[in-house]
Design a protein around this ligand. Structure first.
Ligand code: ZN
Length: 166
């Protein structure tokens, strides 16, 4: 049992005992002493209830967080089944939406790194030097997918030393 529950039961027992004993008191001074004692017990009890309330609030909030986490986990378990591992020309990997599963969404790929962490992160097309690439904006992974064909000596105006990823 939690500490505050034991404390609260102890406080109630003490207050009841004091109240019972007051019935037999003969003088005002004796009554005053018992009232002071009773107030002390009641203050202690109030403190126990405040801690109990704080603990209850914290636990309720923790349960809500965990429930949200479980829901998110279940959604991801369903969502991840829509994708399968795909290997690009360069040998790099991403999770590609299954042909029968994309519905009205355009075909797209998910970051394999984020997928393993249980997060859906859609890769965005870009270029990296002489390669077409996919960029994950969550973990900054850059996945080269295929070499851009060399169009010959006339192709000199584009500076391919710079990454074209945003
Ligand atoms: Zn990622």
């Amino acid at each position: 049992m939690m500490d505050w529950v034991m404390g609260a039961y102890g406080g109630i027992k003490a207050a009841t005992d004091i109240t019972q004993s007051m019935l037999t008191l003969k003088t005002d001074a004796a009554v005053t002493t018992k009232v002071v004692e009773l107030n002390g017990v009641l203050l202690g009890l109030q403190g126990q209830l405040n801690s109990a309330h704080a603990e209850h609030t914290a636990l309720t909030s923790r349960i809500r967080d965990l429930e949200a986490e479980v829901t998110q986990f279940k959604n991801w378990e369903e969502e991840k089944e829509r994708y399968q591992l795909h290997q690009f020309q360069t040998g790099t990997l991403a999770y590609r939406i299954k042909p029968m599963m994309h519905g009205s969404e355009p075909p797209h790929d998910l970051c394999a790194n984020c997928y393993q962490s249980g997060v859906k992160s859609i890769l965005q097309a870009c270029e990296d030097g002489w390669y077409k690439a996919l960029k994950c904006h969550r973990c900054n992974s850059l996945i080269r997918t295929e070499k851009i064909p060399d169009t010959g000596p006339t192709f000199i105006t584009v500076d391919r030393d710079q990454s074209g990823c945003f």
